[in-house]
Design a protein around this ligand. Structure first.
Ligand code: PLP
Length: 404
């Protein structure tokens, strides 16, 4: 009966990461593959209190937490999100995770054949949401500071005309890179000059554990949609996120959301608003979570120092880099690594074009420092084994390279 599927559904590929997570979720495998926040960081008690308050019949909100609500979202939560985003509350839409925000923005803007610029590497979930709208992707390379805006400018000057550009400016997934202020300014100026929209997806800015905050891209231009989420700040199971969009786009996003789910869970919104309004608690919570991530980031970075060439980030959940030494295809490395009890995501998964084959994404968020050290030593062993098995005697070429 598959012929009944729409072209869109038939063409929708599952996320490589999701497929992989199913494979690696077996006893004994230390996973550096997932993108899950540290569960020890979930503010369970504070969320329980918020839920009790939201459900207290005689309380401030009575039963509204269980009633239908406006598509745009809970007013108090919109105000709180507006303050976080640096946008007026009337530009803020509450979404069911920022994944929904990405889907809405893609569907509001992208017709088949429209040019969409993405970073190489890029967040898979955004590629999935965009791909459903059948764009023509243009990849722009990155370095340790994120998007090469100079390369983008050359492409634009040469005639590239994108409708939108998608970027994760803080502690990017997968690369961990943070776009410096000057590049943000440059990118905003390019959007103004060439008339495209920037989609600034910022789930990880809240997970800064070192260094200075960098102003958002929306500070420099009106042609920006900025997305934030409670997923990394509080807990992803709430499915509460927010975006700020320019007025000309806002109504379309609201109508698309109405068709998708009427509104984000009233109860989850009330819980999120209650916790986000508790500024003292939130500041202490962010410090506590940051300390967990910093310790894990540094532990993994130290443990892979001879194995993977990483730039240590100031926040987020990921280390990214090329495997040290002779070229190795990390997609071929993965099965060997899983056999030895460690999983990661091969770099090729994050590219729409043919790139990233020698890179890996290593998530440090869910393992303890001791587990991270063990995972790193298994990874090193898997690399050694793979190299020994695939080197053709008398040649420097690996079997992977001969075979493709
Ligand atoms: C860059 C990026 N954007 C968006 C999301 C989705 O987040 P949410 O849980 O808010 O849907 C993720 C999740 O990992 C992500 O890494």
């Amino acid at each position: 009966m598959e012929h009944l599927l729409s072209r869109r559904a038939a063409g929708a590929s599952s996320s490589v990461i999701r497929d992989l997570l199913r494979l690696v979720d077996r006893p004994g495998v230390l996973s550096l593959a997932g993108g899950l926040p540290a569960p020890e960081g979930f503010p369970v008690d504070r969320i329980r209190l918020a839920a009790e308050r939201a459900l207290a019949g005689g309380g401030r909100y009575g039963v509204t937490a269980l009633q239908y609500g406006p598509t745009e979202g809970d007013d108090e939560l919109r105000d709180l999100a507006a303050a976080r985003l640096g946008a007026p509350a009337h530009d803020v839409l509450i979404t069911t995770g920022s994944q929904q925000g990405l889907d809405l923005v893609a569907r509001a803007l992208v017709d088949p054949g429209d040019v969409v610029v993405v970073e190489a590497p890029s967040y898979l979930g955004a590629l999935q949401a965009l791909r459903a709208c059948e764009p023509v992707f243009a990849e722009v390379g990155t370095d340790e500071c994120g998007l090469r805006t100079d390369v983008l400018e050359d492409l634009l000057v040469a005639g590239l005309r994108p409708k939108l550009l998608y970027t994760v400016p803080n502690f990017q997934n997968p690369s961990g890179a943070t776009l410096p202020l000057e590049r943000r300014r440059h990118l905003a100026a390019l959007a103004d000059r060439f008339g495209f929209l920037i989609v600034e997806d910022d789930p990880y800015g809240v997970l800064r554990f070192r260094g200075e905050h960098v102003a958002s891209i929306r500070t420099f231009s009106d042609r920006v949609v900025t997305l934030g989420t409670a997923s990394k700040l509080l807990a992803p199971g709430l499915r509460v996120a927010w975006l700020a969009a320019p007025e000309w786009l806002f109504g379309s996003l609201v109508r698309l959301k109405q068709a998708a789910d009427l509104h984000t869970s009233s109860l989850a919104q009330r819980i999120a608003a209650d916790v986000l309004a508790d500024h003292d608690f939130l500041a202490a919570h962010v410090r506590r979570v940051g300390a967990i991530y910093r310790e894990r980031c540094d532990a993994l970075a130290a443990a892979v120092v001879d194995t993977v060439d990483v730039v240590v980030p100031d926040g987020g959940m990921f280390l990214w880099g090329r495997v040290c030494g002779d070229a190795i295809d990390t997609t071929e490395l993965l099965p060997r690594a899983v056999e030895l009890g460690v999983a990661f995501v091969p770099g090729a998964a994050f590219h729409v074009g043919d790139g990233g084959h020698e890179s890996v994404r290593l998530s440090f968020s869910t393992l303890t420092p001791a587990e991270l050290a063990e995972a790193a030593s298994r990874l090193a062993a898997a690399i050694d084994l793979t190299r020994r098995e695939t080197v053709v005697p008398g040649s420097l070429l690996s079997a992977g390279h001969l075979g493709s």
